[in-house]
Design a protein around this ligand. Sequence first.
Ligand SMILES: Cc1ncc(COP(=O)(O)O)c(C=O)c1O
Length: 374
Amino acid sequence: MKVPFADLNIQHQQITKEINQATNNVIQKGDFILGEDVDLFEKEFAQFCNSRYALGVSSGTAALFLAVLSLGIGEGDEVIVPAFTYIATALAVSYSKAKPVFVDIEEDTYNINVKQLEKAITKSTRAIIPVHLYGQPANMPEILKLAKKYNLKVIEDAAQAHGAEIQIPEKNQNVWHRVGCLGDIGCFSFYPSKNLGALGDGGLISTSNEDVYKKLLMLRDYGRVSKYEHAIIGYNSRLDTMQAAILRIKLKTLDAYNQMRQEAAKVYNNLLNNLDGVVIPYSLSSVRHVYHVYAVQVVNRDKVLQRLRENDIGAIIHYPTPLHLQKAYENLNYKNGDFPVAEKVAKRILSLPMFPFISKEQIEYVVSVIKKAI
Ligand SMILES: Cc1ncc(COP(=O)(O)O)c(C=O)c1O
């Protein structure tokens, strides 16, 4: 049996007709840049995550970078980022000339450790970028408290967590909040394999702050205030109309597909629970994890990964090297041992096949190979 890491074909076959219609429509209208579908998708996504504004941009990385710029963060400023995430979270800070300051993660959720976070705050700290890693909300109640206490901005990196939800006791214990609408700004990626993926690059910024929104409108489009009038140094970072048209179709199935991922995670959890040498994902009852990635910790990870691949099973390591040990960041002078949890997790973590249409038989096959390998 073959089990790919992710299978986008099944999803796309179901909506081929709709995609053809929508893209033909864009071709006929010819509004390829910031066309009607961008506008409509932004409205629909803002409604989906309950924020006042949403703004389509060219990628998740662009979303993060423009978010940092829109808050006036730059040279001499520090921004706190987890040591264990995709590098784009930190790159966005570096592009702005501010300094990323890394913080270790929690051993159970793999998200930023809020106790360590408070210790990393200095006079130069301007913002925190919590990452909802693998689709699991970070500890937003505590992060929002710290941000208030130290007057910091919060930019959520929700690139892996479209539709994930969390309860915030201080707001209303019974309400579920989508991630990306809790901090000052939320950033999403529509990289094709994401829970909501385009057929190419794409990203989105959500905010409920009107001033920030207005600044972002200029930043993504050459600093424009009218066709040839430019008020600030802006960028060309727009979401293509074609991608927006496709994303509008896919947004309609996002909640259902997230539920299918949650069901698949349950099947994995039941089969892997109590297996010596394997740690299954952990989540609090106050969060709804959307399993962009189903990651387990395994003791002899590299051997297990090799066996999975030999048996036609797609498995990936997210991520083999924490950010403080990346060559790109050697100028920051971190060293081995600075973030022991991130370092330990990087040696043991393994992402198993996960996509909405993965079958029970495919999951059982993956687990049987893991059991033999262990
Ligand atoms: C946590 C995280 N942040 C940011 C990004 C960057 O998104 P993109 O690839 O759309 O630039 C990604 C995705 O790859 C990601 O996983």
